[in-house]
Design a protein around this ligand. Structure first.
Ligand SMILES: Nc1nc2c(c(=O)[nH]1)N[C@H]1C(S)=C(S)[C@@H](COP(=O)(O)OP(=O)(O)OC[C@H]3O[C@@H](n4cnc5c(N)ncnc54)[C@H](O)[C@@H]3O)O[C@H]1N2
Ligand code: MOO
Length: 390
């Protein structure tokens, strides 16, 4: 059995981005840029009024004659002479001669004559061409996450296609004779599946939507066939259950049958001791323990960083922070503990219901408190590390 830090260092060796792919900007949400994007435009592309008002050549005069109007979307340049002003609107092209726009709230108008009660400073309310970004400059750097603002920004620059890191396709294999899909009827001895949904949603949070889910009974042949199919179609395979030492735990054998190489099996932690990690060629595999809280904990600690690395993220782990423990936290197991809990105002509270079968405490946790394997107790008021869940 290896330590958590050793297991993490092994996973880390396989943390690198997948190949890059070309995406239409409109479909690029949730991806990470695989190259710098160069702006093909000045933004704004022309001198733009930032107010509804009047454009004029700056002077100390405050009376002007309105000679024309410019709406947004009109490209025509209108000549202005000193003493002349142009009625203009937010986003419209400021005529070349004008250097200033006064907002209409500071103007009294009678027919074609305006009187400005407060002359703005020269240059006011005119956005210079290329103020935000100039042609040829880097609009967004490689490594940037494409959130809604980033996608909108690139679309606003008229960019159509970009290079992003591919998102991993993920296969999930749910094993167990006792597992019924939600909506089925339960017989005595059976339980509803929760892991497929929890894992699928944890992937969705990463914006990984291409997920293939298969269910297998505790039969070696069925487990082997399902695993083969998932390995063929996906970059990463998550397996739930069947990885412990029972007579009907066939996952380890099915992995062997598929020619997968084990990189580690069993970690000195609670929950999630029977975690298996390995690969078949470039396909990465996590066999997560079936207990729901163990499965999700192992996902957060080991699978999430690898998936994030494949997507091109630089920061891989959940944020690790420190808080003061509200009570004594005991470790009678000489294992690294990941405890469901809450951190508020830098005070960490360990929840009851830590069994690896229990999701209830997880459902209301905002943190996983970490007690290292060599620490027997974290006393009330002492510092405790935690992983921040959101
Ligand atoms: N003799 C030993 N027995 C066990 C050991 C051990 O070291 N020696 N380790 C225990 C630990 S720790 C864990 S964790 C579990 C892991 O077992 P498996 O990965 O083989 O998981 P299963 O036996 O298939 O299931 C465990 C538990 O979780 C429930 N389960 C499974 N899948 C789902 C699902 N999709 N949704 C909801 N719940 C699920 C299942 O019904 C079991 O109750 O092994 C211990 N045993
Ligand atoms: O390691 Mo298991 O997840 O404690 O029950």
């Amino acid at each position: 059995m290896i330590s958590v830090s050793k297991a993490l260092s092994i996973v880390e060796k396989y943390c690198f981005p997948l190949k890059s792919v070309t995406k239409n900007v409109a479909d690029s949400y949730g991806y990470i840029l695989a190259e710098d994007v160069i702006s093909p435009l000045n933004m704004p592309p022309f001198r733009q009024s930032s107010m509804d008002g009047y454009a004029f050549i700056h002077s100390e005069e405050n009376s002007f004659k309105v000679i024309a109007e410019i709406q947004t979307g009109i490209s025509k340049n209108i000549e202005i002479k000193k003493g002349g002003a142009i009625r203009i609107f937010t986003g419209a092209r400021v005529p070349d001669d004008a250097d200033t726009v006064v907002m209409q709230e500071h103007v009294a108008r009678t027919e074609d004559q305006i009187f400005i009660d407060k002359i703005p400073e020269k240059g006011s309310n005119v956005r210079p061409e290329g103020e935000q970004i100039k042609v040829g400059e880097v609009a967004l750097e490689k490594g940037n996450f494409l959130n809604e603002a980033a996608v909108g920004f690139l679309a606003g620059l008229g960019i159509k296609n970009i290079e992003v890191y591919a998102k991993p396709k993920v296969g999930i294999l749910i094993t167990g004779n006792e597992i019924k899909k939600s909506g089925d009827t339960l017989a005595e001895g059976e339980i509803f599946d929760s892991n497929s949904l929890t894992l699928k949603l944890a992937l969705k949070k990463l914006s990984i939507e291409e997920v293939e889910i298969l269910f297998a009974k505790d039969i070696l042949e069925e487990t082997t066939i399902c695993l083969k199919k998932l390995l063929e179609n996906n970059d990463v395979v998550l397996i739930s259950g069947g990885i412990s030492v029972g007579d009907y735990d066939f996952v380890e054998e099915a992995l062997k049958e598929n020619g997968a190489d084990q990189l580690f099996y069993k970690v000195n932690q609670k929950p999630g001791k029977p975690l298996w990690f390995g690969k078949k060629e470039e396909k990465m595999i996590f066999a997560l323990p079936g207990n729901p809280a163990a499965s999700l904990t192992c996902f957060y600690i080991y699978a999430l960083p690898l998936l994030k690395a494949q997507m091109g993220f630089k920061t891989l782990q959940l944020p690790k922070l420190q808080a003061k423990s509200e009570n004594d936290i005991k470790n009678n197991f000489a294992k690294t503990l990941f405890l469901k809990g809450n951190v508020e105002n830098d005070i960490a509270t360990e929840f009851s219901g830590q069994a690896s079968s229990m999701l209830k405490s997880f459902a209301v946790s905002n943190a996983l408190l970490i007690v290292p394997e060599n620490v027997k107790i974290i006393k009330k008021g002492e510092s405790v590390s935690y992983l921040k869940l959101d």
